[in-house]
Design a protein around this ligand. Structure first.
Ligand code: FEO
Length: 393
């Protein structure tokens, strides 16, 4: 057995790859701790199945790990829980060698397997919700979980061992670690990952959580980050996040050119803190958008600080507002603050971007130049109004 293969249960192995140095995902999401591409091999007494593969570039590592357990040519099934290349990218490599293996996927996954990976139709088995296949002494049940993370996504459940393989769901972008309960700040990473990837699909997440509620789950083995051998911890967190449980917390995201918007948002922060509200503070010039996504998961309000530049809102504030709308956090309230040099318009533009996003804008203030004492008093009032609304829930 390859020294870096991990036995999870009898005849169930982690054979994934750790990408320690990856720093960006989807050309969007920073990965401060790298990530892993978890693949799993299940060896039944009649058939053998590979669950997901690895990112392009790690094919040979995956092959070596499989070969340390079984001849790759003996593989019967490749289960494609999800077609995104970080998990399915090595499927053509594996299936070329494992020439008798069939690809198992959903109806939508079958189309993607042909488009992305040129898998011929005759090598694809399409499964529906709750279908099973037997590997002899091990049975795999498939659960359709659309939009978690793409429309074709399925979960695979190994009945005899109570192991759920949910692909992206319940994951974290961490290259290190084997079991999540061994990592002190695991939930911080999981929350960040939820905010970046799963939060826009909260309704679908609720449906998936309902679907798996009656399964006897001993282990959750996701496709990124460590494995959950105490699944209740991540299940409880996902219940909170999927149903949009928020805290008395405000995320402040702003940019400032000459410290005027900066002064305004800092006054908001100080007033909110004095009202007992938790505040997280992100200067968009240096902010990590993954950190902002993490804070949006359980914040009840957002404060956007957007100065006017070149006749509109500063591009970094536009970007942050667009992301806010795209990530669809359970935020209920907002404040928008702005300072301009000789002509305003930033707040109007931010509001236009937010059009269609259900949010109660508690207050706005657009000022010319540095805030006056009167402006500071206006800001304090807006902050107190927000604090009141946050406390009322
Ligand atoms: Fe980890 Fe949606 O791929």
């Amino acid at each position: 057995m390859n020294r870096n293969v991990l036995k999870i249960k009898e005849n169930v192995y982690w054979i994934g790859a750790r990408d320690w140095n990856r720093r960006i995902f989807d050309a969007l999401i920073p990965l401060p701790k790298g990530t892993s591409y978890n693949a799993y091999l299940i060896i039944g007494n009649k058939s053998k199945a590979l669950i997901d593969t690895v990112n392009p570039g790690f094919e040979e590592e995956l092959e070596e790990k499989i070969r340390s357990l079984i001849p790759l040519e003996d593989l019967d099934y490749v289960i494609m829980n999800h077609a995104e290349p970080d998990h399915a990218g090595a499927i053509p490599y594996i299936m070329k060698i494992a020439s008798k293996a069939k690809l198992i996927t959903s109806n939508k996954g079958a189309k993607m397997a042909q488009i992305y990976y040129n898998i011929p139709q005759e090598r694809i088995i399409i499964i529906k919700d709750n279908d099973t296949i037997s590997l002899g002494d091990k049975t795999l049940r498939f659960i359709e979980a659309p939009m978690l993370h793409w429309p074709e996504t399925i979960f695979t459940y190994l009945e005899e061992d109570g192991i759920l393989f949910p692909c992206d769901f319940f994951g974290a972008h961490l290259a290190n670690g084997i079991y999540s309960d061994e990592i002190e700040d695991y939930l911080v990473h999981a929350q960040r990952y939820w905010g970046e990837i799963m939060m826009p699909f909260r309704i679908m997440a609720q449906k998936a959580l309902e679907k798996i509620a009656n399964l006897n789950i001993n282990i959750i083995a996701p496709s990124h980050g460590p494995i959950h051998r105490r699944p209740e911890i991540i299940l409880n967190a996902y219940e909170r996040w999927a149903y949009g449980e928020t805290n008395q917390k405000v995320t402040i995201a702003y940019v400032s050119m000459w410290n005027n918007t900066d002064t305004m948002v800092k006054q908001i922060a100080d007033t909110l803190l004095s009202e007992g509200i938790e505040v997280t503070f992100h200067n968009l010039v240096v902010a990590d958008i993954g950190d902002i996504a993490k804070d949006l998961v359980d914040s009840r309000a957002i404060v956007l600080g957007a100065p006017t530049v070149l006749g509109g809102a500063h591009p970094l504030a536009v970007y942050a507002t667009y992301l806010l709308k795209a990530l669809r956090p359970p935020i209920k309230f907002a404040i928008i603050l702005s300072s301009y040099g000789w002509g305003g318009g930033a707040i109007r533009q931010i509001q236009e971007i937010l059009n269609g996003f259900k949010i109660d804008i508690v207050g706005t203030l657009e000022i010319n130049g540095p805030p006056t004492e009167e402006n500071i008093q206006q800001i304090i009032k807006i902050a107190k109004d927000l604090a009141k609304k946050i406390k009322e829930g």
